[in-house]
Design a protein around this ligand. Structure first.
Ligand code: SAH
Length: 396
C-alpha cells in the first residue's frame, strides 16, 4: 500500500487543473512513512484520490506528480511510456538532417518531473533533479538507451536544485564509455563543440536554437555585439549570416576558448571577430565612452532572478544593460534581448525594456516575441515551464 498524502481543505484546486506540484503548506497530514522518491497517493481533505506522485521529504515541493489516473502503476513501464511520448512529440524535429542536438525530455512539461535529457549527436546527457527522478534513475537510463539507440548516456546531476531535494551532486558516465572532452554537434547546419563535463547546463544552450537562426537571418552586413556569448552560438550564426564584424563578451575564459574553437570549426573569417574576457556591465559602459556603435546587439545574460525575491534587483540589472545597449545602437539597429529568469515574466520583461528605451531617449518597436525552442515545450498545466523569453526590437 502506497503512503497517502492528505491535502488541506481547498488545496486540491491546483491539482484539478493538473498542476504537477504539491507544496508542503498544502498538506494536512501524511499516512505512512514514504522514503525519498517513493510513490505516494495524494488525496483531498475527504480522502478522494487526486494523483500519484513522488515524495520529496526535504523539499518545499513535497510531492511531484506522475499521474492523475487512479489505475496507473508507477513503474519501469510507465516511465518508458512517458519517455516514448516525449520522443514521439519531437519526431518531426528529430528528422531534421541539419541538426543533431535536442532536448528530448523537458521535465514537468513532458510528464516527467525533475528529469532533463539532452541529446548531442550519439550522446545523451541527463539531469535527475528531484527525488522521484532519482528513484527511477536506472529504469530511465535503460529505457533511454533502448529507445534512442544512443551510444552513451552521461549524467550531469550537479545542479543547485538537487540540494533543495537533499540530493548530493553527481556526474559521470551512466551508460557506455565516457564521452570525449569535446563532442561535436550540428545545429542548423553549423558545427559546434560541446563540453558535457564542464559546460553550462548539459553543455550547450539548446533553448536558443531558433533565436540563433534569427540572428543569422538578420546579420548580413551588420556590425554585431554579442553580450554573454558563452561558446559563441550567436556569434557563429552572425558570421555565417554575413556580419561585417562581431564582438563577443563573456567573463568565462573557458567559454571564450570554446567560442574561438567554434568559429574556427565553421571556417568563418576570424579576422571579423573579436572575443573579449569582460564583465558586460563594465564593457558596455566602456564601449559607450569610446563612442562605439553596432547594428545588431544580443543580450543573453545568465539568470538574474532565480526566485521571486530577486526580481527587483534583477529588474535593475536588465534595465541597466538594455539601456546601455540602446545607446550603442545605430539608427535602424536591432536589439535581441532575453531573460531566462523564472521570476520575470514576459509582460514584466517587456516593461523593463520599454523603460530602458525611454531612459535611453530612443523610439523602438518590437517585431518578434521570442521564446525557448520547440523541443523545450511548456505544458499548459505548468506555466512555470516558460522560462526563456525575449524581444526583437528595432530602433527607429
Ligand atoms: N548566449 C549564449 C548563452 C549565454 S549564458 C548561447 O547562446 O550559448 C550566460 C553567459 O554569461 C555565460 O557564458 C557566463 O559565463 C556569462 N556571464 C555571466 N555573468 C557575466 C557578466 N557579468 N559579464 C559577462 N559575461 C557574464
Amino acid at each position: 500500500m502506497a503512503a497517502k498524502v492528505w491535502l488541506k481543505e481547498g488545496r486540491e484546486k491546483s491539482l484539478l487543473r493538473r498542476h504537477p506540484w504539491v507544496f508542503e503548506g498544502a498538506i494536512a497530514r501524511l499516512e505512512g512513512e514514504p522514503q525519498a522518491g517513493e510513490t505516494v497517493q495524494v488525496c483531498d481533505a475527504h480522502g478522494q484520490f487526486l494523483a500519484w506522485g513522488a515524495y520529496s521529504p526535504s523539499s518545499q515541493i513535497r510531492v511531484r506528480l506522475w499521474s492523475f489516473n487512479p489505475q496507473e502503476r508507477i513503474d519501469a513501464l510507465f516511465l518508458r511510456r512517458r519517455l516514448e511520448a516525449a520522443l514521439r512529440a519531437r519526431q518531426g524535429l528529430l528528422a531534421d538532417s541539419q541538426t543533431n542536438a535536442w532536448r528530448l525530455v523537458h521535465a514537468e512539461s513532458d510528464g516527467l518531473p525533475g528529469l532533463i535529457v539532452d541529446q548531442y549527436a550519439d550522446t545523451l546527457v541527463a539531469q535527475f533533479l528531484s527525488s522521484g527522478a532519482e528513484r527511477w534513475r536506472e529504469e530511465i537510463a535503460t529505457a533511454l538507451m533502448d529507445l534512442t539507440q544512443a551510444r552513451r548516456l552521461y549524467e550531469r546531476s550537479d545542479v543547485e536544485v538537487r540540494r533543495l531535494e537533499g540530493l548530493p551532486d553527481r556526474s559521470g558516465p551512466l551508460r557506455g564509455e565516457a564521452p570525449p572532452d569535446r563532442l561535436e554537434i550540428v545545429e542548423n547546419g553549423l558545427r559546434f563543440y560541446v563540453d558535457v563535463y564542464q559546460g553550462h547546463k548539459t553543455g550547450f544552450y539548446l533553448d536558443q536554437r531558433r533565436n540563433r537562426r534569427l540572428v543569422r537571418d538578420l546579420a548580413q552586413g551588420r556590425h554585431v555585439l554579442d553580450c554573454f556569448c558563452y561558446s559563441g552560438g550567436f556569434l557563429v550564426n552572425a558570421l555565417a549570416g554575413g556580419a561585417a564584424s562581431a564582438l563577443g563578451l563573456d567573463t568565462s575564459a573557458e567559454a571564450l576558448a570554446l567560442a574561438e574553437a567554434n568559429i574556427a570549426l565553421n571556417r568563418l573569417a576570424a579576422q571579423r571577430v573579436t572575443l573579449e574576457e569582460a564583465d558586460v556591465f563594465q564593457a558596455l559602459r566602456a564601449l559607450r565612452d569610446r563612442g562605439r556603435r553596432f547594428d545588431l546587439i544580443v543580450l543573453d545574460p545568465p539568470k538574474f532572478a532565480p526566485t521571486a525575491a530577486h526580481v527587483p534587483q534583477a529588474a535593475r540589472g536588465y534595465k541597466d544593460i538594455n539601456l546601455l545597449a540602446f545607446k550603442l545602437l545605430n539608427p535602424g539597429g536591432i536589439l535581441l534581448t532575453f531573460s531566462c529568469s523564472g521570476g520575470v515574466d514576459a509582460a514584466l520583461f517587456q516593461k523593463i525594456v520599454a523603460d530602458a528605451a525611454v531612459d535611453a531617449g530612443i523610439q523602438a518597436q518590437i517585431f518578434a516575441w521570442l521564446f525557448q525552442a520547440e523541443d523545450h515545450p511548456v505544458s499548459l498545466a505548468f506555466p512555470e515551464g516558460i522560462y526563456l523569453k525575449g524581444l526583437a526590437v528595432r530602433v527607429s
